[in-house]
Unconditional design. Structure first.
Length: 554
């Protein structure tokens, strides 16, 4: 528990406050109160206070180092000295130490800023006490460790400061100052003057650290692409070509970040610049992952299509969309984390509100699962000709929410997948054979011999056709109807292609029409008319059955 020095207050009010605080401390089993920094006429009982973030950003080792470097480079040495555990040193000594330490850090701290913990508790796996953090400098061929300590600031809470014993080593490190890697290798005239806080030599090396890796990785990518095209084929590599550019840019940024500490930029510049480069890197990683998923799933869909697995192809397409959504969500969380947003709190909120989210999005989840179930059950696939919601059409797409059907009228029908998973689907594309069934109506004037001749010839025509399934094919006299003699044609055409079926059906019907004409019989006229046979005393004519018929004799 922490204490806060309180101003003098009247005795009755002070007694009430002290009594409440003591009761709260007894209930929570609090430890003994910490003594106040200065004695007060009357000391109130300690009470728990909420700790606001440190105004100088000294809550974590990373915040202390970056905040100290920022203050030094702005020339605010008095402010920079507040990041140091000065002890008995004077303010002038603190400013001198701050200036020397800033130079030492910029020159010798060449490690990645990710080695500094952004956690208020520091790193707990470095083998050091919980209130100490190590800051490793590379001085020539040796490493020098400086330490940060966590101290209690009166009335402010905990803060990380550069330890007093580490400050004692700063003057020696400043006197032993050696040229940086860049200064030892670049001409002196390129190290004169500064622009935006860096020398021309630094900006030249900065440009080279981008252009040289870019050219090298691009040439390597072209060589590997040409080699892979010979091994796997140009068509296969064409799907992976979009991955090449963002991957080259990503490797270039990674190399650039690795070389950045050697260029001698200040910690302040490196911290701000690294955040922007890291944001670009996250976007490039997401883009590479997106295109890798597109190429991988696209190759898998092509294999499934060549094998005739339309259902597998549709399931792969749905899986690709889910994977891409996951990539976008992860990239967004990483960008929010880089911007300083506590994503753990956001994720915890998602966990707490999971029930409410599930209730609010139950239809969306139902539709997603419905689409998965439809594809895994092989009820339909993209390209299938189906009857969905009493509409005929071709399945054009299966999205995360719905099934899209291109109807015979060329309109686009969207049906929620969850609703469709609980309904009925008639998939015509799964047929191995297509039924051809018709009733031929012959006029009553046909004789038995004519009918037998017609039936025999039609059966022979069915038997001769290679696509007619003979085990179920039939052509029979089924009824003497009131308007015509009915002959049933029933046969399965051995094809699953609707266009081919229609062509075969047309051939057979034209053949049957020819046989009817050659047999001397006629097709029955529409059922709305009555045929009156000719006789010596009766005139042959067609009369509408709704009109009274008056027979006229010759």
């Amino acid at each position: 528990m922490t204490t806060r020095k309180r101003a003098w207050m009247p005795a009755p009010r002070l007694a009430r406050v002290a009594g409440c605080a003591l009761l709260l401390a007894f209930t929570l089993h609090a430890g003994p109160p910490v003594s106040l920094a200065q004695p007060a006429p009357v000391q109130a009982a300690p009470q728990e206070v909420s700790r606001a973030p440190d105004a100088l950003g000294r809550d974590s080792p990373l915040g202390t180092v970056t905040g100290f470097s920022r203050a030094v480079h702005r020339g605010e040495l008095m402010l920079a000295s507040r990041y140091l555990q000065l002890g008995a040193r004077s303010s002038r000594q603190g400013e001198a130490l701050a200036e020397d330490l800033g130079t030492v850090l910029d020159r010798y701290f060449t490690r990645s800023l990710t080695s500094l913990s952004p956690n208020p508790n520091g790193r707990l796996d470095d083998g050091l006490p919980a209130d100490r953090e190590k800051l490793t400098l590379t001085v020539g061929d040796r490493e020098v460790d400086l330490f940060l300590v966590r101290v209690r600031e009166p009335g402010q809470g905990d803060a990380w400061l550069v330890s007093s014993e580490s400050l004692a080593r700063v003057p020696d490190l400043r006197r032993q100052e050696r040229g940086s890697w860049l200064e030892e290798r670049m001409p002196e005239w390129l190290q004169r003057g500064t622009w935006l806080g860096a020398t021309p030599a630094q900006w030249l090396m900065w440009t080279g650290s981008l252009l040289l890796p870019l050219a090298a990785y691009w040439a390597l990518a072209r060589f590997l692409s040409a080699l892979a095209a010979r091994v796997a084929g140009r068509e296969t590599m064409a799907a992976w070509t979009p991955v090449r550019r963002p991957l080259v840019l990503l490797l270039t940024l990674g190399t650039h970040l690795a070389l950045l500490p050697l260029l001698g930029f200040s910690i302040t510049f490196r911290f701000a610049y690294t955040r922007w480069v890291a944001a670009a890197g996250i976007l490039l990683v997401a883009l590479v992952a997106w295109r890798v998923l597109a190429a991988s799933f696209g190759t898998a869909r092509s294999h499934a299509q060549r094998r005739g697995r339309a259902d597998t192809r549709s399931l792969i397409l749905l899986g690709e969309r889910v994977a891409k959504v996951v990539v976008v969500v992860i990239a967004a969380l990483l960008l929010l984390t880089l911007a300083g947003v506590d994503t753990r709190t956001a994720l915890a909120g998602v966990g707490i509100g999971g029930i409410a989210l599930a209730l609010g999005a139950q239809k969306s989840i139902e539709n997603l699962l419905g689409g998965v179930f439809l594809l895994t059950d092989k009820a339909l696939a993209v390209g299938d000709f189906c009857r969905v919601a009493d509409r005929l059409g071709w399945v054009e797409d299966v999205t995360l929410r719905s099934v899209r059907l291109r109807t015979l009228e060329q309109t686009l029908l969207s049906v929620p997948a969850g609703q469709l998973a609980q309904g009925s689907i008639e998939n015509f594309s799964t047929r191995r054979q297509i039924l051809m069934q018709h009733v031929l109506r012959i006029h009553h004037g046909a004789t038995v011999a004519q009918l037998q001749d017609l039936i025999g010839k039609v059966r022979a025509a069915l038997a001769e056709h290679p696509l007619v399934a003979q085990e179920n094919a039939r052509f029979r006299l089924v009824a003497y109807g009131p308007q015509a003699i009915e002959l049933e044609l029933f046969a399965y055409i051995a094809t699953d292609d609707l266009a081919r079926f229609l062509a075969v059906q047309e051939q057979l019907l034209m053949r049957i029409a020819t046989l009817v004409e050659r047999s001397g019989v006629q097709f029955a006229q529409p059922t709305g008319y009555i045929y009156l046979p000719s006789a010596p005393t009766v005139q042959s004519q067609w009369v509408d059955e709704r009109t009274p018929v008056a027979l006229q004799t010759g």
